[in-house]
Ligand binder design. Sequence first.
Ligand SMILES: Nc1ncnc2c1ncn2[C@@H]1O[C@H](COP(=O)(O)OP(=O)(O)OP(=O)(O)O)[C@@H](O)[C@H]1O
Ligand SMILES: [Mg+2]
Length: 436
Amino acid sequence: MTLENFENLGLAPILLRNLQGLGLIKPTPIQSQAIPHVVKGRDILGLAQTGTGKTAAFGLPMLTRIISYGKRPAPKTVRALVLAPTRELATQIHDNLAAYADGAPVRIQRVVGGASINVQTEKLSKGVDVLIATPGRLLDLLERRALVLSETKYLVLDEADQMLDIGFIHALRKIARLIPADRQTLLFSATMPKLMEELAASYLTDPVRVQVAAPGKAAEKIEQGIHFTTQGEKATLLAEYLAKHRGELAVVFNRTKHGSDKLARLLENWGFPVLAIHGNKSQNQRERALAAFRAGEVDVLVATDVAARGLDIPQVAHVYNYDLPNVPENYVHRIGRTARAGRDGRAVAFCAPLEMGDLRAIEKAMGDSIPVIGGMPHEDTGGVKPGARQRQGQRPGGKPGPRGQQQQRPSKAKPAGGGQQAPRRSAKPRKAQRHD
Ligand SMILES: Nc1ncnc2c1ncn2[C@@H]1O[C@H](COP(=O)(O)OP(=O)(O)OP(=O)(O)O)[C@@H](O)[C@H]1O
Ligand SMILES: [Mg+2]
């Protein structure tokens, strides 16, 4: 049964008033299905597509429970800990929860890398109701004894599968060990690879699985397309697409920090208003780039996977996968930066000959194939590129995709760029990216 409005979900009255003020009138499916369980104290594994309101699905019921305590947290304690993979996402979750809880007596703070640790230590000294953190900075603060987690009653992992992945799992284990076992644990994501499920289960107690769509399914309203090309022709092809949609916001995903910078410079020379965001930029630059893009001061944001997950910029109309991601699930997250909260969006992926293995892995993870909108499919050698990242326990090579017939797929559009004549370039080994 779907509960049609927020009033029926057991939320605190002050939150209901704020939701109305924010224009959130009708709960989304993940909200109506997850909120009553969280209000009752159950652990949750929540799976729903990108842009469908998972932040409020964990945030509102958790805030309801915390508001009901009626007293302040003790110094240096944290009642609820929300972990997120990137600084920008932590900031966004903080801002969302602060807006939902506006005027309620709850202290919501954020601690992330790239900002003064002394200021953060000071903020924690009074005690916090909800702390949103990136794991690395949280560990630093725990080492300094700036906070304790012995009174923590809620643990939320947003982008749960990424938090359980190799880049974060060690930090997460250390952190989770410090939180009492009688806590309530909430795991949310749009993707949950099978390999992660067992690991996820080890953090949950008698959980309710709330699944709105098959895990890994792309958001409904994204018009997706794959354009086969060569590595050398990607930049001009991108410029053609961007020129067709000037004035509309576009995120361009690139696999490497260096590649992102290079591409941003090139696009700038070609007259596109563009900024780049990646892990080698200072925090100040990262924040400024995102703010300028949010405000529409630049149309194009070139980004690594640091911007793949969770970021909510409603005006984004286009996502370009300049390179295919090496973590297949990240394709769904990357394209999910558009078509949020019921809007439309377009996602075009460029596929060079060496990326056929990545494409297969992506289509397998999504359980769907991406329509061809340009070029001709490359010969599929069945191999995986050197340096392609593997998840823990995953065998090299992988199995062929569910459809496995990309080579035979007819091209629905005019070939653009003569992909098949291009010489093969040797792939440089790439390091796995770690998002702080
Ligand atoms: N009930 C609602 N009605 C209308 N809009 C909503 C509702 N709930 C959330 N939104 C809006 O939808 C957008 C997406 O929400 P949110 O960022 O929580 O999605 P998400 O499911 O976490 O996506 P992702 O998987 O990309 O992290 C936000 O702009 C949010 O304000
Ligand atoms: Mg989210």
